[in-house]
Every structure is written in C-alpha cells, then in structure tokens.
Design a protein around this ligand. Structure first.
Ligand code: CDP
Ligand code: MG
Length: 142
C-alpha cells in the first residue's frame, strides 16, 4: 500500500444539497484523512483552467457553467492508495450508472445533468499533483 494524496472537490450540487458532512464521513470511514479543505468560488477562467484537459469536449461549456454556479469545496485526501480508493468511493461518472453505496450513487441522484455529479476526484498521480497544487499552497499542506 502506497501512501498517497489526491484531490477531491465537493461540487456545487452537493454543497447546495447540504451533504458536505456526509461526504467527508465517507472518506474518513474508508481510512482517508482530510489533509486540507477550503471553500472556493470558481469563475469561468479558473474552472476552465482546472478542467483544461476537457477543453475540446462537447460538455466543456456546460461543465464550466455548472462549476461557477455556486461555491465548491476542494480538499486533499491522504491515505493508502488514496487516488484509487477515492475513485472507488465516488462511483461512475454518470450517477445513473453509479452503484448504490457510492458517493455519486447516493448523493447525485436523481440526475438530470452529468455536470452535477457531487464530486470530482483525481484519476492519476500526475493529475493529483497538478490538481492539489492548483488549489493548495505548500504551507496549507504542511
Ligand atoms: O469526473 P470523472 O473523472 O469521473 O469524469 P471525467 O471524464 O473526467 O469528466 C469530468 C466531468 O465532466 C465529470 O465529472 C462530469 O461532471 C462531466 N461530464 C459531462 O458533463 N458529460 C460527459 N459526457 C462526461 C463528463
Ligand atoms: Mg476526471
């Protein structure tokens, strides 16, 4: 087991639903520690930069609009195999396909908009490093 850090974001839909605490409890129950967390208001520029890898995808504009629709809570998770452990906890990208018991299956349903799927999670070590430093400074992670 490798100790890792990964970036999660509690997205605006989950913040509006008032399930921040329930989502954090899922991480902690799985042995992932919340190493840092903050409230952020993204704008079109910062949301577009964060999701730059999807710039050419047809859903990019809607995703950016959604991410600026309200505050979100980026957080750093730390623990054994944190990147994959978090991806498993999240469930499938499309909440209608996410299993019950996953964060998306439980907190993003019913789902009419794929942007509104409760959480983001880094998908590799490389993206985790980039995404963590996008939101957090070294001193916030010390
Ligand atoms: O978030 P995840 O890594 O599971 O999925 P992604 O493929 O990296 O896509 C990033 C985000 O774009 C997703 O979480 C969805 O909110 C959104 N998306 C969308 O709106 N429509 C799609 N067909 C695919 C993704
Ligand atoms: Mg992704």
């Amino acid at each position: 087991m490798t100790n890792q850090r990964t970036l999660s974001i509690i997205k605006p839909d989950a913040v509006k639903k008032g399930v921040i605490g329930q989502i954090l409890a899922r991480f902690e129950a799985k042995g992932l520690k919340v190493a840092a967390i903050k409230k952020v208001y993204l704008n079109a520029q910062t949301a577009g930069e964060f999701y730059a890898e999807h710039k050419e995808r047809p859903f990019f504009g809607e995703l950016v609009d959604f991410m600026v629709s309200g505050p979100c809570y980026p957080l750093v998770l730390e623990g054994p195999n944190a990147i994959m452990a978090n991806r498993e906890l999240m469930g499938a990208t499309n909440p209608t396909k996410a299993e019950a018991g996953t964060i998306r299956g439980d907190f993003a349903m019913p789902c009419t908009d794929l942007s509104a799927n409760a959480v983001h999670g880094s998908d590799s070590e490389e993206s985790a490093n980039r995404e963590i430093s996008f939101f957090f400074s070294a001193s916030e992670l010390a």
